[in-house]
Design a protein. Sequence first.
Length: 193
Amino acid sequence: MEEVLIGILLGDAHIQKKSSNGNSRLIYTQSATMHKEYFYYIYNIFKPLCVNNHIPYLNNSKDKRTNEKYSAITFATMSLPCFNIYRELFYTLNTKIVPEAIYKLLTAKSLAFWIMDDGSCHGKGLHISVYYFSTEDVDKLIYVLQDKFNLRCSIHYNKDKKPRIYIFKESMNNLKSLVLPYFINQMYYKLGL
């Protein structure tokens, strides 16, 4: 469970702490139409930490930039002491960060879940969105990808000048051998398969 949690915390998951002396909870959201199968895969991993008979809930929203409507599905765990550790690792003053211990924490399985959350095929390579992390945090992630996993990568920026990590096509076979054992079929397209 920890390896999955690390991957989704680098991606779409959040840990919320409602009060300074309370426990933390995991909140996870995905597109209700595109990634429903993947959402339920994650949900079933964390379901034992949700209240009995918890039912994920549907949100309908409008993207303020494009005015497009979209629906998302969300689950939240109970507030539990086990999430406090990750809240302390991944947050500073309610801002998500990359922990100093990311080299040790990020495994091939974690990488797979991070890519399933925030990866996208780009030509013969792969982008991983890291829009909300600082430049220093992105540098930490690139270092781990290069040094620990032997992946050639760099920073690319989208049209809004937000950063993405680009994994070069020369590293894609290596990347696939690392992450495919943990991928679900619905997300193969993110690896160009």
